[in-house]
Design a binder for this molecule. Structure first.
Ligand code: SF4
Length: 388
């Protein structure tokens, strides 16, 4: 008899394009757009490759990556050649893994964010760049107010409270003063300190956890204060840089991506939306979320069963059924297992799949937190249970 593990498998690495991950519906091939931006030619090309070599479904990740699903192992080589021709493939698996950079999608021409991201990309591609763990990443968040504080990163580059830039370890309130010219090199020095001070025993580890265990930063990284209050995460609709459009569960079809590419360059965002650069209105196609009060924005759900082999339940039908009954401002996260991939942070309500196809309900916590209710069968998942 097949036994079902209570604990999700922690792989300790994320899929890439050169190192895809096998899922229940085929390979997951994750593309990291350079500077978080796809030209119309690249976006059209990805849509075409998804339709030809994948199952035509594309996920946007919480680190602003673009993920092709349902790729057959035999088609991976041809897919990589197609992506390489579009300028979307790194020279090696190691270089791809290290280039783990999220850039604020709200950058404006001339504000230095894209130059900084380019400099960091080049520094991380060097042969002697720090060999940080697979999930170790950088946030280039140097707009007037930071917008990526809720997005996973180990080293953050932000505006300083007194002007200039600050390179800051995640988990520390202060960092090193920097300029556009020096920030990339300083960020790599901080990554080197992380490794040298024992931040990644056994090849795994994150910056905030390292500091929480008592690691003391070098004085250089404690001098400058970053700008204080972050800006709220943007919502679908028009922005100064273009129009922000979302998708149910952050997933779109190849056909939708191809149509979006006709409207302009696309900035991938860590909020699982695309910012259509320079566009004043969204194309009139079904499936786009264009209004901030759309109920689909209240729910987050991972892939779930059957497409994820670790899933203990189907997630999206449950999330879809409950989303419209949620009170304004409340968020529901439905997770196929306790790993909580789709929403690592806390949510007002989290339903987590358990062996046997039941759910646990966690209030104001993450998927791995102790539940308030256990053993809920799908029929018991009513709006009343969520509001109690
Ligand atoms: S959280 Fe969801 S996507 Fe992640 S491993 Fe569990 S079931 Fe799969």
């Amino acid at each position: 008899m097949k036994t079902v593990s209570m604990s999700p498998e922690i792989k300790g690495w994320c899929p890439g394009a050169l190192r895809p991950m096998m899922s229940g519906d085929g390979l997951v091939v994750r593309i990291r757009p350079r500077g978080g931006r796809l030209t119309p030619v690249q976006a059209k090309g990805i849509a075409d490759l998804s339709a030809r070599h994948g199952n035509g479904l594309i996920d946007l990740s919480s680190r602003a990556n673009v993920q092709l699903r349902g790729v057959a192992e035999a088609a991976h080589g041809a897919l990589i050649e197609g992506l390489r021709a579009l300028g979307l493939i790194d020279p090696s698996t190691e270089a791809e893994a290290r280039r783990n950079i999220v850039v604020t999608p709200l950058w404006r021409d001339g504000d230095g964010a894209t130059d900084l991201a380019r400099a960091l990309t080049e520094a991380l591609a060097a042969g002697d760049a720090p060999r940080t763990p697979a999930k170790f990443g950088y946030a280039v968040d140097c707009g007037p107010l930071p917008v990526l504080r809720d997005i996973s990163a180990d080293i953050r580059i932000e505006q300083g409270a007194m002007g200039g830039l600050v390179v800051r370890a995640d988990g520390a309130s202060r960092g090193a003063a920097a300029t556009e010219e020096t920030a990339a090199a300083i960020a790599l020095r901080l990554a080197e300190w992380f490794l040298a001070s024992g931040g990644a025993p056994g090849g795994r580890g994150r910056m905030a956890a390292h500091l929480a265990r008592g690691a003391g930063l070098p004085p250089e990284f404690t001098l400058a204060e970053a700008v204080g209050t972050p800006a709220p995460a943007p919502v679908p609709g028009p922005l100064a840089q273009g129009i922000l459009v979302g998708f149910e569960f952050g997933q779109l079809t190849a056909e939708t991506l191809s149509i979006l590419a006709d409207s302009g360059p696309l900035r991938a965002t860590p909020w699982r939306m695309f910012l259509i650069e320079g566009a004043a209105r969204a194309p009139g196609i079904s499936g786009l979320i264009t209004a901030p009060d759309d109920p689909r924005l209240k729910v987050v759900a991972c892939t779930g069963a059957p497409a994820c082999p670790q899933a203990l339940v189907a997630t999206r039908p449950v999330a879809r059924a409950l989303g419209s009954s949620l009170a304004p401002g409340r968020r529901l996260h439905v997770s196929g297992c306790a790993k909580g991939c789709a929403h690592p942070g806390p949510a007002a309500l989290t339903l987590v799949g358990r062996p046997g196809g039941t759910f646990d309900l966690i209030r104001s916590g993450i998927a791995a937190d102790p539940p308030a209710l256990t053993g809920l069968v799908p029929e018991a998942l009513t709006p009343d249970i969520l509001s109690e």
